[in-house]
Design a protein around this ligand. Structure first.
Ligand SMILES: [Zn+2]
Ligand SMILES: [Zn+2]
Length: 164
């Protein structure tokens, strides 16, 4: 039984450029990572983090995803302007890309799918050497002057925001 507070909970998100924004109200069915080859390709990644929305209500609050039919059953939604992967849409429901949420830390995964395609090195990634972005200033001095064009991790009235 999901608590009333969770049912009312609202999670927002969107693509990197801000042309597409969404709002999910309610508790998702589950949060997963999928290792299948189609998800690897659609996300350009080793696996896809997905929030299966279940009975939660999803609204596209700015723009809408473009879609590619990756099979006879599944559509993959993405921002047509910047390419951010946004959805996995199958006959059994809609999933949103977990990393596209404004606060992905709120939705940790609880299950892995498609493990027959899991890349052999994925489980070894946490043991790799670690560097913070600004540890590499010597090799990439531009990092101190970066101006982000990424949409902020919150809803905006207008985007790009007008300069004050
Ligand atoms: Zn975009
Ligand atoms: Zn998959």
């Amino acid at each position: 039984m999901v608590s009333a507070a969770v049912q009312r909970s609202v999670h927002t998100g969107g693509c990197q450029c801000g042309a597409v924004r969404f709002r999910m109200q309610g508790a998702p069915k589950d949060v997963s990572v999928c290792h299948c080859r189609m998800c690897q390709k659609a996300f350009g990644a080793y696996y896809a983090p997905l929030v299966a929305v279940g009975d939660a209500e999803v609204t596209w609050t700015r723009g809408a995803p473009k879609r590619f039919a990756s099979s006879n059953f599944v559509q993959r939604g993405f921002c047509g302007d910047c390419g951010t992967p946004l959805t996995y849409e199958a006959p059994d429901g809609l999933s949103l890309a977990a990393g596209a949420f404004d606060d992905p830390s709120q939705m940790p995964p609880t299950i892995q799918f498609g493990v027959e395609c899991k890349l052999s090195f994925v489980d070894a990634i946490p043991a790799l050497p670690e560097r913070a972005t600004l540890d590499d200033l010597e090799d990439a001095p531009f990092l101190t002057d970066v101006v982000s064009y990424q949409h902020p991790d919150r809803d905006t009235q207008q985007w790009p925001e007008p300069t004050p």
